[in-house]
Design a protein around this ligand. Structure first.
Ligand code: PLP
Length: 427
């Protein structure tokens, strides 16, 4: 069976043919390729077409696909342990690694996805502070937990309105919407609701409205507000953890969060999540405290093995991997901007190490509203052109593309060549 046949058949058995909506390329007017295999930066679909991958499973595959050592670690672990639902040494190794290497993490709990990590962190923050309201930012994504699925319509910046069918109004009535990088607006929220706010959750380097890095004074202001009103500050580092830098986005700011959430890279490509932070807060979790959160598969030995191998490799090579990714990412950004100028196509590029978004809009992209001004039609044409040319890139202006330790200068040069062909057609 080839791509088309498999995907047509998949649509009969899975809603939209997929297990996660973004994979369907809904909005791009084409069906997605069905991926068969991958090694390094190359993935191959069921038509045997090859792509240079800039999606990397939406971030986790920072060592490239089927890294030899990660595959070996999975093999070894699976020969002696698939699942026990009991304490194992591998869980300890993972938890110790996270606590030893991340400044804000004194204790950690493993879960199975980013959504599980963020929704559990929110429950913990509510349990610890004995308050109900949370602040999330428009444009930040924290998974599909009901309380996060809120859309802030223009002008409706403080009241939670469900942005998804099936979410009762009651589930979002305690969700306040902040404006990313706008400290005055968040200060107003705190003036009005400060004593009721359990926590503020933020992607310190946002990747779900395209890449936008929070400004230093904004993050410092959030910390001050949380301290003043007794609320917790949560960094959602599901995407930026071990990607924005070895120590993630927490190392890019002079601000320490109370809790942090992780997923993606820490599982080495297997389903994994974690949340951690100050010991005093983490000890509120059951069985020590009254906040109940559990998981049959949490800390699964095979997942831990893949994750530990990935993290140990990143640590051992952090002085070569991150500078290399940084260099390639800069080369890509500079090349794209230069070509935009040459062909007179307005665009801007935001990047933080191996996370990057090309926005088809001129000027600085600092707020969510700036992203909304980007040319969607042009993005769609760009996406189709690049996919045809053999580059797997995210199918939305609101996503980040990723680089891995396996990308080389030649991949960037090839990308830029294909991008130039696209811009020529746009003229
Ligand atoms: N938080 C952030 C910042 C994310 O980017 C994502 C997913 O992309 C999530 C949470 C949810 O993670 P998962 O898809 O593993 O549930």
């Amino acid at each position: 069976m080839n791509n088309q046949k498999i995907f047509e058949e998949s649509k009969k058995y899975m809603p939209g043919g997929v297990n996660s909506p973004v994979r369907s390329y809904n909005g791009m007017d084409i069906d997605p390729p069905v991926i068969k295999s991958g090694r390094g930066v190359e993935i191959v679909d069921e038509d045997l077409k090859k792509y240079t991958d800039f999606v990397l499973a939406w971030g986790p595959m920072i060592l490239g696909h089927s890294d030899y050592d990660v595959v070996e670690a999975i093999k070894t672990a699976s020969e002696e342990s698939i699942a026990f639902g009991a304490p194992t040494k591998r869980e300890l190794e993972m938890s110790k690694f996270l606590c030893d290497n991340l400044d804000a993490v004194e204790m950690v709990r493993m879960v199975n996805s980013g959504t599980e990590a963020t929704m559990s962190a929110i429950k913990l923050a509510r349990g610890y502070t004995k308050r109900d309201k949370i602040v999330k930012f428009a444009g930040c994504y924290h998974g599909h937990f009901d309380g996060f699925l809120v859309e802030a319509g223009s002008g409706v910046l403080t009241e939670g309105i469900p942005g998804c069918l099936g979410v009762p109004e009651g589930s979002v009535s305690n969700t306040l919407i902040g404006r990313y990088n706008d400290l005055n607006q968040v200060t107003e929220l705190f003036r009005k609701y400060g004593d009721e706010i359990a926590c503020v959750i933020i992607e310190p380097v946002a990747g779900n409205m395209g890449v936008i890095k929070a400004e230093d004074n904004f993050m410092e202001g959030l910390r001050d507000l949380c301290d003043k009103y007794g609320s917790l500050l949560i960094f959602d580092e599901v995407m930026s953890g071990f990607r924005a830098a070895f120590k993630g986005a927490e190392s890019l700011f002079k601000v320490t969060p109370d809790l942090i959430t992780y997923a993606k890279i820490i599982g080495g490509g297997l389903p994994c999540g974690a949340y951690g932070g100050k010991r005093e807060i983490m000890e509120c979790l059951s069985p020590l405290g009254g906040v109940y959160q559990a998981g049959t598969m949490s800390g699964n030995p095979i997942v831990m093995a893949a994750g530990i191998e990935t993290l140990e490799k990143l640590k051992a090579n952090k002085d070569t991997i991150y500078p290399k990714i940084e260099k390639l990412s800069k080369m890509l950004k500079d090349g794209v901007l230069e070509l935009g100028k040459k062909y007179n196509v307005p665009l801007s590029v935001n990047r933080v190490c191996g996370m990057m978004t090309i926005f088809f809009v001129g000027g600085e992209v600092k707020f969510y509203e700036d992203v909304k001004k980007a040319d969607e039609g042009r993005f769609k044409r760009y996406f189709k052109h690049m996919l045809n040319a053999g580059f797997n890139i995210p199918p939305s202006q609101y996503e980040a593309l990723f680089l891995s330790s396996c990308h080389e200068e030649k991949h960037i040069e090839e990308f830029l060549k294909a991008f130039e062909e696209f811009l020529k057609k746009e003229n």
